[in-house]
Ligand binder design. Structure first.
Ligand code: AMP
Length: 252
């Protein structure tokens, strides 16, 4: 009896998680903070899409689109792609119906100007106002020590086939530099080279810190300790999401 009551409670919780509107969630943190990992876990738990501007840009580069051609060299240098090149790409993605209950923004906004653009976009009722654009972003900042970031980034290797991510310091493959799953040689992302990493971390300090300040002033920012294991960080992140009530447009 007790067990079935527990099961009903679990099913009800699961139903709540996958049907409630939680609005856009912004994961903020330097490269290597673990945003990608946490974003994936949030999407699974709440059944909302992850929107990574880095992934969208890399897709454009792979497909040789006009945007991809403009962004390619900028990305290879570890610099930020100019704001106005991104807005159409992000707007198009946010208008899709799968974002109706919410989404995870990973790697966007990265400048205060992008944050202001995003608020204006959501406030403006960017599409069917009755259905979308109802919430302003809730922002989770992941705080990680600089030296740990360097180890995480310089050690990162990806399988070019299945895209599984390893870390030679913390989560090495069974055989050096080879994917456990398909035996393919692992690669270092172009922008994970050490000199590029320095530039990316500096760009973060210069341009993305003001994003945290922007949201802090609006009272929509919480910080989580990103130094623990991925599971510990996830627990903290889920707790913050569960405690958060989405800020309605016009209501804050
Ligand atoms: P990421 O995978 O998020 O680290 O992004 C990889 C690269 O894409 C960055 O180093 C930038 O060159 C570019 N990029 C991704 N998102 C943005 C953004 N919001 N603003 C400007 N550039 C971006």
């Amino acid at each position: 009896m007790r067990e079935s009551e527990d099961q009903v409670a679990v099913t009800a919780d699961r139903f709540m998680e996958t049907s409630q509107s939680i609005g856009p969630i912004v994961l903020l943190g330097p490269p290597g903070a673990g945003k990608g990992t946490q974003a994936k876990r949030i999407t699974e738990r709440y059944a909302i899409p992850q929107i990574s501007t880095g992934d969208l840009l890399r897709e454009n580069v792979r497909n040789g689109t006009a945007l991809g051609l403009k962004a390619k060299d900028i990305m290879a240098r570890g610099e930020l792609v100019p704001d106005e090149l991104l807005y159409d790409m992000v707007a198009e993605r946010l208008r899709r119906p799968d974002c109706e209950r919410g989404c995870i923004l990973d790697g966007f906004p990265r400048t205060a100007a992008q944050a202001a653009w995003l608020d204006a976009f959501l406030e403006g009722g960017h599409s069917d106002k009755s259905k979308r654009g109802k919430w302003l972003p809730f922002v989770i900042s992941m705080d990680v020590d600089y030296n740990l970031l360097l180890l995480r980034l310089t050690g990162r290797r990806t399988c070019p086939t299945c895209e599984r991510i390893y870390n030679v310091h913390f989560q090495p493959p069974r055989v050096d530099e080879v994917c456990d799953l398909d035996g393919i040689k692992l690669v270092t992302r172009n922008d994970d080279r050490e000199e590029v990493i320095r530039e990316r971390l500096q760009a973060y300090e210069r341009q993305t810190r003001p994003v945290a300040e922007y949201y802090q002033q609006k009272g929509r920012l919480v910080s989580v300790d990103g130094m623990g294991s991925a599971d510990q960080v996830t627990e903290h992140v889920f707790r913050e999401i569960a405690n958060h009530s989405p800020a309605k447009v016009g209501g804050c």
